[in-house]
Design a binder for this molecule. Sequence first.
Ligand SMILES: NC(=O)c1ccc[n+]([C@@H]2O[C@H](COP(=O)([O-])OP(=O)(O)OC[C@H]3O[C@@H](n4cnc5c(N)ncnc54)[C@H](OP(=O)(O)O)[C@@H]3O)[C@@H](O)[C@H]2O)c1
Length: 294
Amino acid sequence: MRYETVHNVTLPKIGFGTWKIGGEASANSAIEEKSLAALRSALELGYTHFDTAEYYAGGHAEELLGQAIRESGLARETLFITSKVSPEHLQYETVLRCCENSLRRLGLDYLDLYLIHWPKLGMKLAETFRALNQLAREGKVRRLGVSNFNLRLLKQAQSFSETPLLTDQVPYRLPDRAYVKNGVLEYCQQNDILLTAYSPVKFRRLPVDKTLRAIAEAHSATPYQIALAWLAQQPRVITIPMSLDPRHQAENLAAADLILTEAEMAQLTIRSKGHPGFGGANRPGAALPGHHPQ
Ligand SMILES: NC(=O)c1ccc[n+]([C@@H]2O[C@H](COP(=O)([O-])OP(=O)(O)OC[C@H]3O[C@@H](n4cnc5c(N)ncnc54)[C@H](OP(=O)(O)O)[C@@H]3O)[C@@H](O)[C@H]2O)c1
């Protein structure tokens, strides 16, 4: 595994996402066992960074993650747990209450990282950070960050945070360069902020791309692994793929150890700019207040 260290925090290049664990917008008992099995195998395989949110499965993803952690017997300090407060909960008292609720559902007494899940039109960031800073001072959260923040909002958040902002979690994958185009990646790299790439392998028609397949074959790897290795190789970038399939989970974890050549990195970087084999157009560059949060 390769790691990123910023502001005395060391995080694995590849962590584990929990969107669709236990349900989507609400809990779904039909996928309870499958979800728990996925979390158990991720912990057994050696994932240490888990990304969740109060929104996921209406809070049930946090409950299942907490259960899997307790069952694993792993020491709390060996894990790095990220959760997120939803955009409709950004008022001072609500942030404090939502954090307590996330901690209760997870069965933990602190979060390693707490993020604002999405910006919201008209939000009062100073007020939200008053609560977030308080949580950090009280030790209920170790680090603060944001998600889906464009450059302007990221800079604002930075100015309100009493501790160095750890990350902006944004969509970033071979066919989606919106947060490169809008300057967030470069700003993160120049200011010791991690860019956490979400939905890193959510593609249409990924395996048909010739360049990706050729590079995968050269490394005896899958195209998905190459897509993750391409992210893991970039400075200040970490990523959090999700998979219910233990075989995919193991492959994704192993992708952090693949080393791509400079030529391969360049080929992939150029190739995927709107290339139809990678699923076409990029998303708009700005943060999308009110967008469906995942
Ligand atoms: N902050 C935000 O607004 C936001 C938004 C979206 C996501 N996220 C976070 O980012 C995490 C990851 O994003 P995501 O879940 O949207 O997308 P993702 O991890 O890019 O893609 C998940 C899908 O890819 C498949 N997959 C994963 N690894 C694979 C492999 N090695 N080979 C083949 N298929 C593979 C999975 O299927 P199988 O289960 O069959 O493997 C699953 O259907 C989320 O779980 C969540 O924690 C955050």
